[in-house]
Design a protein around this ligand. Structure first.
Ligand code: NAP
Length: 246
């Protein structure tokens, strides 16, 4: 008997769900529930937090989960830590489906920062039009640099406005295109962008667009996680499942 728990919220998690469904491997897909209309998955899907490590351990036991695939976003570090702790406590093997971080080249003008707080400090400068491509969770931190006009790229229209003095929202979800991102940067007269080093293909076009337009980027680097078993492709995860299941 095999029953896989996939922690989702990324395009890689969706690709894995399709592959697992095609292989007819029993699995449950889990979303945190952050967006209004998450992408439908070809697997039984649950939505919402588990209730910390204890809740995740209980879920694993109740559902007789035999394998866990952490395919969350590289910045979802709490969930990834909880997976490691729950795997340790239950003895259920876990793997993380990860993607390499983006790297700059000689044509780029990136300022690397380690956290949202550092990104905010990097904006201590005269007023600019800044694209904040960081999701909705940490927007309030930028209220301490009220001189800027922020263009917020969000998956859903916010139900309560962020506490920023000057902002415009643009509602869209990836994968994005170079053409679309060039148009956004030009139409919004963006002078600098702030983003997370998510890696992957779905959101890389904004960096290609900044390269084309010669715009500076404040790049928030990934949180560090303890060493863990990682796969870099859907196929690698399938091999791991088949090898460890037999
Ligand atoms: P996080 O800070 O690591 O997690 C906070 C809590 O949210 C977790 O402790 C867990 O609650 C719940 N959670 C997170 N992912 C979950 C999942 N797949 N299924 C069920 N519960 C989950 O996570 P986050 O940064 O808020 O990200 C939330 C989701 O959005 C993740 O699925 C991630 O893949 C996706 N996402 C995040 C970003 C980003 O920049 N952070 C970007 C794109 C997509 P309990 O402790 O109650 O279990």
């Amino acid at each position: 008997m095999i029953n896989v728990l996939i922690l989702g919220g990324t395009s890689e998690a969706s690709a894995l769900a399709s592959a697992i469904s095609e292989c007819e491997i029993p699995a449950i897909f889990s979303y945190a529930g952050r967006v209004k209309a998450p992408k439908a998955q070809p697997l039984p899907t649950r939505v919402g937090g588990f209730g910390g490590v204890a809740g995740l351990v209980a879920f694993i036991k109740q559902n007789q989960i035999t394998h866990i695939v952490d395919a969350t976003h590289p910045f979802a570090s709490q969930m990834s830590r909880n997976v490691l702790a729950a795997a340790r406590q239950t003895g259920v093997p876990a793997i993380a489906l990860t993607r390499p971080a983006w790297a700059s080249n000689a044509c780029d003008n990136w300022q690397h920062v380690a956290s949202i707080e550092e990104a905010v400090r990097a904006l201590e400068c005269p007023p600019q039009r800044v694209l904040l491509a960081i999701g909705r969770m940490h927007l309030a931190a930028f209220s301490s640099q009220p001189q800027h006009h922020y263009v917020l790229r969000l998956v859903d229209q916010p139900t309560t406005p962020p506490p920023l003095a000057h902002f415009t929202t643009t509602v869209d979800r990836g994968p994005f295109t170079l053409e679309g991102d060039l148009a956004l940067l030009k139409n919004q007269r963006i002078e600098r962008i702030v983003c997370k080093n998510a890696g992957g293909e779905g959101a890389i076009s904004k960096l290609e667009a900044t390269r084309t337009l010669g715009l500076p980027v404040v790049m928030i680097e990934r949180p560090t996680l303890p060493p863990r078993h990682e796969a870099h492709s859907v196929d690698e995860v399938l091999v791991w499942l088949k090898t460890s299941y037999g």
